[in-house]
Design a protein around this ligand. Structure first.
Ligand code: ATP
Ligand code: MG
Length: 488
């Protein structure tokens, strides 16, 4: 199923830089950004080495999930194969064809925009640079990475870029016209690649600064500039995609676009598992006696962490935080053992589902209102369907209902009530949404008496948030209101 997320919740520009109340202390932006720098001559400088705070298995595992930990040396992040290819092709062809060009990368927080862009730049700039100038596709190229959050005023970006291109310091403040004149002349590189991360910080009332920058990087400037400008703008602000892009296009500047969708639970699992597996690789002596890799986290614990993260935001940082805190929790318990120092991968107590559940309930210890607010539209719709069924069902029977029965009810009653506004979920999609609701504890799934391990369709489903809160949410969403009262 194509993931549907409540765009207002997941794509919205982050408000302040503070983490949301009662949630994991996840900084909303990528951690390694602190100055406007030309990294062309220290291109791998953004990488952080892992910090080991001790030698135990747990310390090593925690280091993998530490903020800013960077242990990927491949061309693309797990799950970002197609985005990496598009980005690389864009950069290589713009440079080789010696033209001005621009690309706009958008997507919700924690979806790998910054990390993948850095990885791709590292990859294409892997040959040693002479004075910060690389040769790519036979052309000389300088790469400037700017975190726009650190630019004190949007207009200052012109000065910062001028300094980086000319490698000058302490000169009189340069304005847009100076930068323009510089690009018209020959510099020591054929092309300048400028990555504008957190580009929304350059928004001004009239969007003039961004407008000027993208104008310079439009293909019509290729014949005017002797030094070509290639811009990669990155942002997660919806208003930039909604308003700024159409305005650029209507003025004849046509940036390419690349969207990073939230990670699915399966993709998050691949990332987390790859990290845990790397721990086994580097600790071969700690692999199981059977020769099979032993993971520090039980598969069901990984599964729950990934499902929780995907159902809330799809921000990978949340999954890393849950793993980190769960490992820490087990570490604290294991420390009480006398042989703590001798624990190996095989003998060390593992992270189980119960540890992850505890961390989730502490970290996401949300109120019902927050739980509902974090759901996407389809999840809310299924929740309303469940409440509608309860009202209807209680009139006729006291028996609790199963997920399969709820799906039948959904097909018979709810779909019609929405007049196809939300489409009709297939069974598999419905089950996926139900398990997402379960992970975010908006509902409770349980097995009936005498059963164990039944498949999800046969599980009993009950709401775990008050009806009154759901009613409130539907007030501004007529389609949900219709579902909630469909059978009345
Ligand atoms: N597929 C992946 N595999 C491994 N680590 C990843 C992957 N995607 C993202 N990360 C890690 O998750 C963290 C968040 O990613 P990143 O900073 O690239 O997000 P972003 O999309 O730029 O978010 P924001 O919009 O908040 O800036 C980083 O530490 C990054 O290294
Ligand atoms: Mg980022």
């Amino acid at each position: 199923m194509k993931r549907t997320c409540d765009s207002s919740a997941s794509m919205a520009k982050r408000p302040a830089l503070a983490p949301m109340q009662n949630q994991l202390a996840t900084p909303p932006t990528s951690p390694e950004k602190n100055s406007v720098v030309d990294l062309s001559n220290q291109i791998k400088g953004h990488r952080r080495t892992l910090h080991f705070t001790g030698d135990s298995i747990y310390s090593k595992a925690k280091a993998l999930f530490q903020r800013g930990a960077y242990n990927d040396v491949s061309e693309n992040l797990v799950g970002r194969e197609s985005e990496a290819l598009l980005l690389r092709t864009f950069l290589e062809s713009s440079i080789a064809e010696n033209k001005c060009n621009s690309l706009y990368i958008s997507g919700p927080p924690g979806t790998g925009k910054t990390a993948q862009t850095n990885l791709t730049l590292d990859w294409i700039c892997s040959a040693p640079a002479a004075n910060g100038v690389y040769t790519i596709g036979g052309r000389t190229t300088k790469v400037i990475r700017v975190n726009c959050m650190t630019v004190s005023k949007p207009e200052n970006i012109f000065h910062e870029l001028y300094l980086s291109i000319t490698s000058q310091t302490g000169i009189k403040k340069k304005l847009f016209d100076d930068l323009y004149a510089l690009l018209c002349s020959k510099t020591d590189a054929d092309s300048i690649v400028v990555v504008l991360d957190e580009m929304d910080y350059l928004i001004t009332k009239d969007q003039q600064v961004l407008f000027q920058l993208f104008h310079c990087a439009s293909q019509m400037k290729s014949s005017v500039f002797q030094t070509k400008l290639v811009i990669v703008g990155i942002s997660n602000a919806l208003d930039l995609t909604d308003k700024f892009l159409p305005r650029l296009r209507s003025n004849g500047f046509n940036p390419d676009t690349l969207q990073f969708l939230p990670y699915t639970s399966e993709q998050i699992k691949r990332v987390v598992t790859a990290k845990l597996d790397s721990l086994v690789e580097t600790n071969k002596e700690n692999a199981g006696v059977s020769g099979k890799p032993v993971s520090l986290m039980h598969p069901s614990a990984v599964q729950m962490c990934c499902r929780k993260c995907a159902s809330v935001t799809g921000d990978l940082r949340k999954a890393f935080d849950i793993c980190y805190k769960s490992i820490e929790l087990v570490e604290q318990q294991a420390r009480k053992q006398e042989n703590f120092a001798d624990l190996t991968m095989e003998t060390a107590p593992k992270v189980l589902l119960s540890h992850v559940a505890r961390v989730c309930s502490l970290s996401f210890g949300d109120t019902s209102q927050q739980k509902i607010a974090a759901l996407n539209l389809l999840q809310k719709a299924v929740l309303c369907c469940l409440f509608d069924n309860e009202k209807n069902h209680n009139k006729t029977s006291m028996e609790p209902i199963t997920v399969n029965e709820l799906y039948e009810f959904y097909c018979k009653v709810s779909v019609e009530a929405t007049e196809n506004l939300l489409g009709r979920l297939r069974k598999g999609e419905f089950l996926e949404i139900v398990s997402g609701l379960d992970s975010s504890s908006a509902i409770i799934l349980s097995t009936g008496k005498g059963f164990s391990n039944v498949d999800i369709g046969k599980k009993i489903v009950r709401p775990n948030v008050p009806y009154a809160e759901v009613m409130k949410v539907t007030e501004n969403q007529p389609v949900l209101k219709r579902i909630l009262h469909a059978s009345v």
